[in-house]
Design a protein around this ligand. Sequence first.
Ligand code: COA
Length: 258
Amino acid sequence: MRLQCFDLRVQKKWALLEMARPEKLNVIDQLMLFELEEVLTSLRLHKVKAVVLTGQGKAFAAGADVAAMAEMDSQSAQEFSALGNRIFQLMEDHPAVFIAAVNGYALGGGLELALACDLRMASSKAAFGQPEVNLGIIPGFGGTQRLPRLVGAAKAKEWIFTGRRFSAQEALEAGLVSKVLQPEELLEEACALAEELGWKSAPILSLAKQAVAASGTGIQETHGQREAALFGKCFATEDGPEGLQAFLEKRDPVFHDR
Ligand code: COA
């Protein structure tokens, strides 16, 4: 399998999956989503029991590709959001356990990708955030559903409405990550956990994952579709395109509440 966006190393019972476009801060575009789908299929065939997902360079992933989104209209934005929702849902439905090793920026879609994993560990240098509102849009890859389920509606609303960045320590206190580690220890610890899970029974791990999903921590199909429809609507406003354009022009957005 030829991949442009990822490096995949399959061990016997677990795998290390690295986002491999550090010069782009591992931004999430259509190509990356389609490659992720391919990788998920391959991981099923390899019957790995755990997968460590991390980012090369200083970012885990700095979000969905703003340059690509600046070209979208309401319809294509809705489709992009629906695509992200569908692929991230495949991770929740996957038999393997996904461990996000959040090494740096996990912003917007990058945070949503970490949220779609089963477990999250963070480097003390990681920085989290759902900055979408400051770009005139809303989270579109499941963040409006998974974040409140993980940290409660109050904290999720604070983070989504303000778009402010928050630290690994804050993420730990909110229950978003299970551990904060020194940067040089993060990957080793995440891989050790994957290795430990590699010794469990595959069907039992998968059944445990399905059972926890049924507790309501998972995202429901209809909720993802609703998020995609609302995400698309942002692009039919004046402020949405202005926010995206302002980021690309490296200036503050001027919102007119339209
Ligand atoms: N989409 C598209 N391009 C992005 C991007 C994104 N989400 N995030 C970063 N980039 C690009 C930058 O525009 C820059 O490109 P350039 O070298 O052509 O100018 C490059 O990646 C490196 O980023 P840069 O901003 O120079 O790095 P930094 O270390 O100064 O800042 C961040 C890092 C993550 C704080 C900053 O890039 C940022 O705020 N990114 C956007 C995060 C965001 O809002 N994500 C949600 C999108 S919905």
